[in-house]
Ligand binder design. Structure first.
Ligand code: BG6
Length: 366
């Protein structure tokens, strides 16, 4: 059932192109001009009146939510707050009459996420679930559901569910923008075109996966690493850091690249490994400065960037190139090398890749 792959995680990493296509299927009109959600019942009037959005989720789904915030705010211009589900109820969140809550969960059974969405419902919020499991508790209790259709995910460390959740957020953000007329039809059509190229671009990255096996060999004895990035890249860094911790048991920290100098730059010593993400053209120069800061303290840096920024070679020790896409869509591509780094590191360390210690695939206690 692993289809010749050594682990479920490897299989699921390689299933991503198909999973992403499946998340898009039926949600783009035939002309490729508009986003459609045939299953959603939400009246257009309700959609146009949304004033605020909460996203609640745990773990990897929370990290997808952080990207969702960037996407919705930038495309639809609606303010979004992202909360760790286990914290949400206890901070007495503020609900207005036009607040939408989005609960994100691969399994649809996570108790913390379920409790957070119940709190939202109690406060009169409409709840939209983004989940991979049709008929799950979260799907049943939500007012509206967007299924990710990624297929069953067995490995505890989530991969294809995360990238499918990102696609769901892109579609939802574009849909809101379209219904609110926050973007021109031509802008939506051009985003759709870029979105549809993502599965093929993920295939291109996976074809060069071996490069990252060498990196895994190089870091397997490290005590700690840093992942740095700005904006959307910071959110992706958090997911890369979580993935590595979950299955290699090597400690790492994700830092907003510009914040490092205000905090833990002191932890960078001769040879400290840093993975630096720079996928945003508007932030690339600033990232180069931040990379120079860690290099000056002796860091060994792997830079992840897209094809236009080959010049990054001059500032780092190694470069991993990803294909170019729209600025908002880079997380789908940038996370792939991070998943592969975590996977190969776990493999070279001889860990139980699919069933890491102390973790469960779905946690049904609060
Ligand atoms: C955790 C899993 O406990 O639950 C994580 O170990 C996962 O991998 C998190 O991201 C949330 O799960 P779900 O099913 O709600 O997305």
């Amino acid at each position: 059932e692993k289809d010749g792959y050594a682990h479920y995680m490897e299989k699921e990493i390689y299933e991503q192109p198909r999973a992403l296509r499946n998340t898009m299927t039926g949600r783009i009109d035939e002309a490729g001009q508009k986003v459609v959600f045939p299953d959603l019942q939400l009246p257009a009037e309700t959609i146009r009146s949304i004033e605020k959005i909460y996203i609640v989720a745990c773990g990897t789904a929370y990290h997808a939510g952080l990207i969702g915030k960037h996407v919705i705010e930038s495309l639809a211009r609606i303010p979004v707050e992202v909360d760790v589900a286990s914290e949400f109820r206890y901070r007495r969140p503020l609900f207005g009459p036009n607040t939408l809550t989005i609960a994100v969960s691969q399994s649809g059974e996570t108790a913390d996420t379920l409790a957070a969405m119940r709190e939202a419902k109690r406060n009169g919020s409409v709840v939209l679930a983004i989940t991979n499991v049709v008929g799950s508790s979260i799907a049943r209790e939500a007012d509206e559901v967007i299924t990710t259709n990624a297929g069953p995910e067995i490995a505890v460390a989530s991969t294809k569910a995360y990238t499918s959740q990102l696609i769901a957020f892109y579609l939802w953000g574009m849909y809101l923008a379209q219904e609110k007329a926050a973007l021109a039809p031509a802008e939506i059509a051009s985003l759709i075109q870029s979105l549809q190229q993502l599965p093929g671009q993920v295939e291109d990255i996976l074809a060069h996966a071996q490069q990252l096996r060498q990196f895994a060999e190089a870091i397997k004895d490290e005590r700690h690493l840093f992942f740095i990035g700005r904006g959307i890249d910071h959110a992706v860094s958090m997911e890369g850091s979580l993935k590595l911790k979950e299955i290699s048991y090597i400690h790492s920290e994700a830092y907003a690249a510009g914040e490092l100098k205000h905090g833990t730059l002191a932890l960078i010593e001769e040879g400290t490994r840093v993975v630096a993400l720079s996928t945003q053209d508007a932030l690339h120069e600033k990232m180069i400065s931040n990379i120079t800061e860690v290099k000056a303290r002796g860091a060994n840096v792997l830079g992840i960037t897209h094809e236009d920024h080959v010049d990054l070679h001059r500032s780092v020790d190694d470069v991993c190139l990803i294909p170019k896409t729209d600025a908002l869509f880079t997380p789908v591509l940038a996370v792939i090398p991070l998943q592969l780094i975590a996977y190969y590191t776990s493999v070279v360390l001889g860990n139980d890749v699919d069933r890491p210690r102390n973790l469960a695939k779905s946690v049904t206690v609060e």
